[in-house]
Design a protein around this ligand. Sequence first.
Ligand SMILES: [Fe+2]
Ligand SMILES: [Fe+2]
Length: 173
Amino acid sequence: MISKAMAQRLNGQVNKEFYSAYFYMSMSAHSESENLKGIAAWFMAKYDEEMAHAMKIYRYLHDQGARVELDAVDKPPTTFAGVLDMFEKTLDHEREVTASFNELVDAALDERDHATNIFLQWFVTEQIEEEATVSDIIGRVKLVGERGEGLFMIDNELAGVAKQMSTTAAAQA
Ligand SMILES: [Fe+2]
Ligand SMILES: [Fe+2]
């Protein structure tokens, strides 16, 4: 059993994870219409990951006898200046999510809610990886540029990464 206040905070995080999924799907759609199939696949793999995050919290709320209350998901941006813009927006967004998990951990510690604190550790660790991955991609895009051959290279590389992400996700399911 967790407190009402904690359940409310976790419900808020479910919504944020759904927004993340929606946001990445929007960038996947944009990439696909720009013929960037690899980048589109990468963002779609991110979409799957974010949906899985939402469901992880959804499950936890039920397991703790709390109510899941779904809220409206905000409209994500639909136009982007380019590939670098999309990855920079992704990094900004992931940093906000990291801050949000840090606040959740603070609240769990304040309440001496050990179960929720332990549950949240997985997300805290996951956020380190997410920020690092996106920073790395931004660095590579800056290195090779966002047009012509450089862009083609990044698109191919991310197609491979997306395939790996899907295989890992399938193995964990
Ligand atoms: Fe997430
Ligand atoms: Fe994320």
